[in-house]
Design a protein around this ligand. Sequence first.
Ligand SMILES: CC(C)(COP(=O)(O)OP(=O)(O)OC[C@H]1O[C@@H](n2cnc3c(N)ncnc32)[C@H](O)[C@@H]1OP(=O)(O)O)[C@@H](O)C(=O)NCCC(=O)NCCS
Length: 246
Amino acid sequence: MDPVLVLRSIARELRDDVRAVKQRDPAAHDLSSIAIVLSYAGVHALLAHRVAHALHSTGIGFLPRALAYASRALTGIEIHPAARIGRGPLIDHGAGVVIGETAEIGDDVTLYQGVTLGGTGFAEGKRHPTVEDQVVVGSGAKLLGPIRVGRASKIGANSVVIHDVPANSTVVGNPGHPVRVDGRRPEGPDADWVHLPDPVAEAIAVLARRVAELESRLEQATGEKLPPGAEVRPLRRERGADPASG
Ligand SMILES: CC(C)(COP(=O)(O)OP(=O)(O)OC[C@H]1O[C@@H](n2cnc3c(N)ncnc32)[C@H](O)[C@@H]1OP(=O)(O)O)[C@@H](O)C(=O)NCCC(=O)NCCS
């Protein structure tokens, strides 16, 4: 790894970070580039991450972690050195943002304060979200697990998202559900990817009803009381609001 090339690339990424602030934070309209570099915690955290990520890719063990730790102490933003972040991200306000080890963030993504791109358990391998280009994640939103958030989607403040999000949609609530897809309210069961139909459970339920009916007829015909059969419960309990309800 040529250190000059690495420094050049980090300088280019810093320019992109400053451009992102100018374009996407209305409060930065009267600030110079220098003022942004000096006063934006998100820019500091991203700069530290670029260096930590470059060091991490050389295989150095502790130094990138120490840098990430120092950056978190200064900015309140925790980014694992292995996380992949594209060009022109904006971490606005910043405090409380956590970006996990296997998270991947595309270009021109905006994250507000308190956003978590986290894992859901102790699984190894890819366990954090992938966020495609131009996504906006509102303050306090939690994106959990190896889910994919499609390009140009918006995640509402304080949402908890545990399923993939299609491109160009708006997802809100806990559990996160789509309220807009391509600018329209989602309608009908096709838009409901949380409560997917379960054909096996449906088939078992139909068979159980049929057996109960036959047993009742048999009891009537013979006058003999049959022992109670096993109780058939639904395999999956549906919880939360209907995501298709808009
Ligand atoms: C999700 C968001 C991007 C949607 O913005 P939008 O595209 O203008 O969409 P709307 O405001 O028309 O909202 C669409 C629907 O979602 C609901 N909604 C919006 N944000 C919501 C949220 N955070 N939680 C729950 N429901 C929400 C609205 O009530 C509306 O419901 P309806 O369809 O029943 O009328 C926006 O509300 C949001 O949360 N942005 C985050 C901003 C933020 O974190 N700012 C921090 C600055 S410091």
